[in-house]
Design a binder for this molecule. Sequence first.
Ligand SMILES: NC(=O)c1ccc[n+]([C@@H]2O[C@H](COP(=O)([O-])OP(=O)(O)OC[C@H]3O[C@@H](n4cnc5c(N)ncnc54)[C@H](OP(=O)(O)O)[C@@H]3O)[C@@H](O)[C@H]2O)c1
Length: 265
Amino acid sequence: MEQPKVAGLLYAVEHTHVAILAAMFDLSKRAVVLTGATGNVGPAVLRAYLELGAHVAIPVREEAKGAALRDSLGDLAGTAEDPRILMRASDPGDAAAMEGFVEEVLRTWGRLDVVANLIGGYAASDAATGDLAAYRRYWDQKVATIVTATTGCLRPMRARGYGRVVNVASTAALEGEKGAAGYAMANAALLRWTESLAEEVKREGITANCVLPRIIDTPENRAAMPKADPSRWATAVEIAALVVFLSTDEASGITGTATPIVART
Ligand SMILES: NC(=O)c1ccc[n+]([C@@H]2O[C@H](COP(=O)([O-])OP(=O)(O)OC[C@H]3O[C@@H](n4cnc5c(N)ncnc54)[C@H](OP(=O)(O)O)[C@@H]3O)[C@@H](O)[C@H]2O)c1
């Protein structure tokens, strides 16, 4: 079983939290597209969706990485008759590829109810140097890719009058950061786009929200900040809990929001 990269005891407590969520909320009639599933947070979000009963489609950049993730899930991945994960090498930033991926989801499960986007990464770039090339690279990753992936999923959602869009950005969307101008600008742009989408589709049964982690407990952050106390940082399961809640029927009234997850920082 793939364990989130937190201490075993904390994992056990958090796993109980997911079990409690699973007892309260039911996603067994829902099909989810999850992008960025192969990162640090992705496996915890994928597992939480599956534990709430959802079927989850993951477009991945590297098939081997996607297969390893699927294989780590054991019985949660479903059976040959009822595969609960649809994994394909497909670029969510390519509109035609995304259209083909969405068609396959619809052929397989007959529906697409939720899209959750975890695509991202951190890249430093100064404001003072005006490094437009670096800003554009991060824009392409964080904004263009997620907008393309989401709009690919919106067509069937709008046709059926039901949908949940959850975009994971960063608290940098709310406030500029020294040495991270491109990162802050792109996250702010994704937040504004998500708010705009929420306004456009709010009477169509579709919600769109952002989740804004500050620092997540990841191997990269532990390596970059060896003197920091990682227990203060958000865990992958803490991010997953909000992402899946925003994906439920019960979250129908929540749209256009941006919720910081600062954990104990
Ligand atoms: N880590 C933090 O402290 C922190 C803080 C605030 C916000 N966040 C945000 O939280 C989310 C999850 O964080 P994380 O640590 O899990 O991120 P991560 O480990 O860097 O994973 C990023 C995921 O996005 C995918 N990806 C990156 N660029 C892509 C592209 N151009 N096209 C398609 N897929 C792409 C990666 O695929 P591959 O596996 O193929 O590389 C991976 O699945 C991200 O959106 C991140 O920006 C993180």
